[in-house]
Design a protein around this ligand. Structure first.
Ligand code: PGA
Length: 226
């Protein structure tokens, strides 16, 4: 089981150190935190496994606001998210861009969690599978690649997918690519156990509930029990 906490644009270095001092991850669960770039060093120093929230495909160059694989590796960062729905919605990330980021990070020896998921309107129009096929088909399988299924209507909304909806989407994604599939979208200590009990749910990508050490630890413990 893999449980990753995506902190988004939350937590300064001081707040990161305070979280890490209070957070007690259980044994037997692959626990990852994804702080903002400026808090990566503080997180790595805690001894936790740390991913960035984004990474560029080029080794270096004129790419203002981007970060390279070598820059992350130098800090002791173990991997990166790519293609998060907030990158897609607010910053113009495309399927091809996310795939290039994933391929470059994997080639550089980083682990990757590639995020996919349909919009509410796409689900209502019966397009969920077509969207997931489009987003997943550009990814190359790799031993260090995990996919996160994050239905956009469930991210940060408090509207979690039912375990049945998650299971159906995860099974579909696994028919397209050989990779562990994490569920993301309003995962909380209260709903983690039933989501993680689904046969094709291999972990979780947690946003809001990963910001507080106790609630994130409770989700990690639910993963150990599952
Ligand atoms: P959420 O975010 O748990 O706050 O819905 C999940 C994510 O964005 O990865």
């Amino acid at each position: 089981m893999l449980i990753a906490g995506n902190w988004k644009m939350f937590k300064t270095q001081a707040e990161t150190r305070a979280f890490c001092a209070a957070f007690e991850p259980p044994e037997g669960v692959d626990v990852i935190i994804c702080p903002p770039f400026t808090s990566l060093v503080a997180a790595v120093e805690s001894g936790l496994t740390v991913f960035a929230q984004n990474v560029h495909w080029a080794d270096e160059g004129a790419f203002t606001g981007e970060i390279s694989t070598a820059m992350l590796k130098e800090l002791g960062v173990a991997g990166s998210l790519v293609g998060h729905s907030e990158r897609r919605q607010h910053f113009g990330e495309t399927d091809e861009g996310a795939a290039r980021r994933a391929a470059a990070a994997l080639a550089a020896g980083l682990r990757v969690i590639a995020c996919v998921g349909e919009l509410e309107a796409e689900r209502e129009a019966g397009e969920t599978e077509a969207v997931l096929r489009r987003q997943v088909s550009v990814l190359e399988p790799h031993p260090q690649l995990a996919v996160a299924y994050e239905p956009v209507w469930a991210v940060g909304t408090g509207k979690t997918a039912t375990p049945e909806i998650a299971q159906e989407a995860h099974a579909f994604i696994k028919s397209l690519i050989d990779a562990p599939v994490l569920y993301g979208g309003s995962v909380k200590p209260e709903n983690a156990a039933e989501l993680l009990a689904q046969p094709d749910v291999d972990g979780a990508l947690v946003g809001g509930a990963a910001l507080e050490p106790d609630s994130f630890a409770r989700i990690c413990r639910a993963a150990r029990a599952a």
